[in-house]
Design a protein around this ligand. Sequence first.
Ligand SMILES: [Zn+2]
Length: 74
Amino acid sequence: MTKLTQEENWLEMRENVRRVVDSLDVCWRCQRVAECQKFILGNLVLVWLCAGCMEEMEQPQPPRLRRRSRVPAV
Ligand SMILES: [Zn+2]
């Protein structure tokens, strides 16, 4: 293992990082920096969403997950 090889690896790594950073955006929903995809909100607004939020937006959460702060009188 020579020093030159390590430097080449480092340069390659830096190049990869730069490429990834170019594709990074701030997620519109969770405000985290991630690889985002375009998502059209209500067929009107174009936003960037990370993979996790994208999934959540595509499958609305079941109402069961809501907190039971108010129990309706039945
Ligand atoms: Zn997100």
